[in-house]
Design a protein around this ligand. Structure first.
Ligand code: CU
Length: 158
């Protein structure tokens, strides 16, 4: 028997944040212009979808580095993922989105969102959906996205 150690989503995010911090601390204070993006992901969640074929996902990508990066694609084993932004309450698929230096790219209800289509299974509250974010410069970042209730509000946590 091989023991499989299951990581909680929080532990995975913690590990990712730790790894990102390690890569960036080599020249603290030197100002030598180590202008790399240092990305971390937080606040990921998927409201339990009402549709059998489609779901939305939200998260925040924080860049502590001195260089911008671009989110270019998202992949997941649960289905096909596209990146959408919402302009004047209609949504458009975009090829990439900026993650500004010393800034963040936010996906939230009513704004940018990840769109999951052609679902192979219907995510239920309590499940975790695994996805991978791909960037122009940075290595891909794996995210374990918890599925919350259909009406989940990240501000209140309900
Ligand atoms: Cu959409």
């Amino acid at each position: 028997m091989i023991a499989v150690r299951r990581l909680t989503p929080a532990a995975l995010v913690g590990a990712l944040v730790g790894a990102a911090a390690l890569t960036g601390c080599s020249d603290s204070g030197s100002g030598s212009g180590d202008a790399r993006a240092e990305l971390s992901v937080s606040a990921a969640y998927m409201p339990q979808p009402v549709s059998d074929s489609m779901a939305a996902g939200f998260l925040t990508i924080t860049n502590k580095g001195g260089s911008k990066d671009d989110l270019t694609s998202v992949t997941s084993d649960v289905g096909q993922v596209t990146v959408h932004e919402t302009v004047d309450s209609s949504m458009t698929e975009v090829k990439s989105l900026d993650v500004p230096a010393h800034g963040r790219l936010e996906f939230k209800s009513g704004g940018n969102h990840l769109m999951f289509e052609n679902l192979k299974r219907k995510p239920e509250q309590g499940d975790t959906v695994s996805l991978k974010l791909h960037f122009t410069k940075s290595d891909p970042v794996t995210v374990e996205m918890p599925v919350k209730s259909a009406t989940y509000n990240p501000k209140t946590g309900h």
